[in-house]
Design a protein around this ligand. Structure first.
Ligand SMILES: NC(=O)c1ccc[n+]([C@@H]2O[C@H](COP(=O)([O-])OP(=O)(O)OC[C@H]3O[C@@H](n4cnc5c(N)ncnc54)[C@H](OP(=O)(O)O)[C@@H]3O)[C@@H](O)[C@H]2O)c1
Length: 371
């Protein structure tokens, strides 16, 4: 039986790679829907090639070859066995909730969903018997390592360190957009690439891991590992450490998530060889240079709406940086300023989360004028 899948964000970095995986495993999948943002040209090419029943584009409706459906309609369609949520930013949250309420399993790339509303989404998934399978390579690694979460003492999340790992704070402060987008290991969408340059991405991943694996923040450690071969690890209570390794390719975690619990050769390009890897380095993150990581831990430990504030301020500031309106370090200054002023709401509802999100974005935009 073919697995029926919809891909939210099929025109993005994860979405395009997911389609490459599906192309290799074309007897295993039937595509129900594909969705894009503004790249309707690519979306229409994908529709021609993969023949989904439905399609959605955020900015235009001139879709050809598939019936137009909204994200909510796509995520309510119980024909789906699984939905890959690969849009970036806050857009992922509502469709994920809709899919959960319709009992549809989720392959989750959109980490912002759990950063904004992990305390609502994870219990809801449990209530509806829905599996949330992580796509992020670190969480996919941890998912593969864990047999019994009750026996796990610590999660160890690796970070490549991004393009500024060996740069000074001053070099990083004056970084151009092109320098921030020049990630040494991963070719990703712009928002996550900037997050990787500040290490905010790692901070968001720590919050994501906290929710996915129900692990307290003081049991989640980040280690810089520039080669991106060890994708993450866990330490069991008895001191045994289990790590997941592989060549740095998002095809592997995407395929794992959408075919789980089965495994296929699929898109694997070459076999892993220890002897071809010269060395594996690990180091403590530079907490002064990568203050975003500390801010994310602080927001996570504060709980309530603190992570909503962190996410909204960061996302808005990343967009402003990409448009050349603020400097790279102003992203962190914005997040810090917003977090300092934020009156934390305990256990916010989804409606409150979106209100707080809007409010923080508006305040962040006011702050940009002062930089
Ligand atoms: N890329 C990676 O390697 C990677 C790894 C781990 C986790 N993730 C996570 O996966 C998510 C996606 O990342 P990405 O790198 O694939 O991002 P991306 O390349 O920027 O792709 C984002 C997707 O969302 C669509 N989109 C944009 N605005 C939209 C809107 N208003 N409504 C509906 N769709 C919209 C885009 O469409 P258009 O392009 O047509 O505008 C595109 O299909 C992020 O949450 C990221 O943190 C990514």
């Amino acid at each position: 039986m073919k697995r029926k899948i919809s891909i939210l964000g099929s025109t993005g970095s994860i979405g395009r790679q997911a389609l490459e995986v599906i192309e290799k495993l074309n007897d295993k999948f039937e595509i129900i829907a594909l969705t894009g943002g503004s790249n309707t040209e690519l979306l229409n090419e994908q529709i021609k090639k993969f023949s989904p029943k439905y399609a959605y584009a955020a900015n235009y409706k001139d879709i050809t070859g598939a019936e137009y459906a909204t994200l909510e309609e796509i995520c309510s369609n119980k024909e789906n066995d699984i939905i890959l949520v690969a849009v970036s930013g806050r857009i992922g949250l509502k469709p994920t909730i809709t899919a959960i309420k319709n009992g549809i399993n989720i392959a989750l790339a959109n980490k912002e969903t759990l950063v904004m509303a992990g305390d609502i989404v994870m219990p809801m998934a449990k209530e509806y018997g829905v599996k949330i399978i992580p796509v992020d390579s670190e969480h996919c690694a941890i998912h593969q390592c864990i047999k019994d979460i009750a026996q796990v003492d610590k999660l160890i999340i690796t970070a490549s360190g991004g393009p500024f790992l060996h740069k000074t704070i001053d070099e990083m402060k004056n970084a151009t957009v092109d320098q921030a987008l020049a990630h040494p290991r991963w070719n990703m969408g712009k928002k996550i690439t900037v997050d990787s340059a500040t290490l905010m991405n790692k901070g968001l991943e720590v919050i994501e891991a906290h929710h996915l694996f129900n692990m307290p923040y003081d049991k989640i450690e980040v280690v810089v590992h520039p080669q991106s071969i060890v994708h993450s690890a866990i330490e069991y209570v008895d001191g045994s450490v289990i790590a997941q390794l592989g060549l740095p390719s998002m095809h592997i975690p995407i395929q794992y998530a959408i075919t789980y619990p089965d495994r296929f050769e699929g898109i694997k390009s070459k076999s892993f060889s220890f002897s071809q890897i010269a060395r594996l380095d690990f180091e403590e993150p530079d907490w002064d240079k990568f203050k975003a990581l500390k801010l994310a831990y602080d927001a996570g430990k504060t709980e309530g709406s603190a992570t909503v504030c962190l996410n909204a301020a960061n996302e808005e500031a990343v967009f402003a940086f990409l448009k050349g309106k603020i400097k790279l370090f102003d992203i962190i200054n914005t997040v810090e300023a917003m977090m300092e002023k934020h009156d934390v709401v305990k256990n916010p509802s989804i409606e409150e989360i979106f209100c707080i999100d809007e409010e923080i974005r508006a305040k962040s935009r006011e702050l940009f004028l002062k930089f």
